[in-house]
Design a protein around this ligand. Sequence first.
Ligand code: CP
Length: 313
Amino acid sequence: MKQFVSVNDVKNVTQLVQDALDSKANPFGEKKIGQNKTLGLLFFNPSLRTRLSTQKAAKNLGMSVMSMDLNTHGWRLEFEDGAIMNSDKAEHIKEGAAVISQYCDIIGVRTFPSLTDQEKDYQETILSQFIKHASVPVISLESATRHPLQSLTDLITIKEHQKTNRPKIVLSWAPHPKALPQAVANSFSEWMIAADMDLTITHPKGYELSPDFIKNTPIEYDQKKAFEGADFIYTKNWSSFNDYGKIIQPKSNWMITAEKMAWTHEAYFMHCLPVRRNVVVADEVLDSEKSLTIKQANNRTYAAQAVLKNILK
Ligand code: CP
């Protein structure tokens, strides 16, 4: 694997899930793979799970890790080619990425979308510039349009809990007070399609995702109908793609409750975290035995370990 920014970088998704499960079964058995190698983690945005689990994964492989919050501790980066740098941006990505590449064998980058410029966001301007100017492999720690480490984690967790070959998985929009990226939902759709899962997406009208990510996945605007027969409910808020970055109207009746989970086929509840209790999902669901959220967060380590292992090899 030369980079990890989407499911398209993975030759064999089934094998990658198996690699993660192998790491989970024996997390410290691969210490030699990363000996004398360094992982650099660059964050333009906050993180709890991605930062800690990816560090842990790297250390399980014997790697050294350096982590930096670029917005607060780095020089402001310029990404435009040919820019006249006479304002507040002190360093160009050309030098920045080239220099970091001399210190690191793999670079991870977290960069959220602006949610104001759809074209720039969906062109992955920042991540692409890192890939272009770095001389070492780049992994996404969540970019403007995708969160592949999360989606791999979600697939691993589903594989661990599925009772049939092709479980029904429902990606359900949920309310949120802030406009959030479409990245988790885009990426989850891509990975479930790649794994040939039976995916349905449910959301209020106006929250349609980009067809480039969801392909022919059925959309059901009636949440109750969508939930019928579901084995997994994966919940996430996202802002509008078509009315880009906007919360079209509050839809608090889309919160996941125990009453709604009763419409399903005794489904498991999933969310990538962090989650706002009693806004996105009711306590009664999040605290129930059917909630997989903490197990998902644990699997973040083994997803990252599988990806790093494949790149190092
Ligand atoms: N799920 C996830 O990526 O969590 P963090 O934003 O805390 O890293």
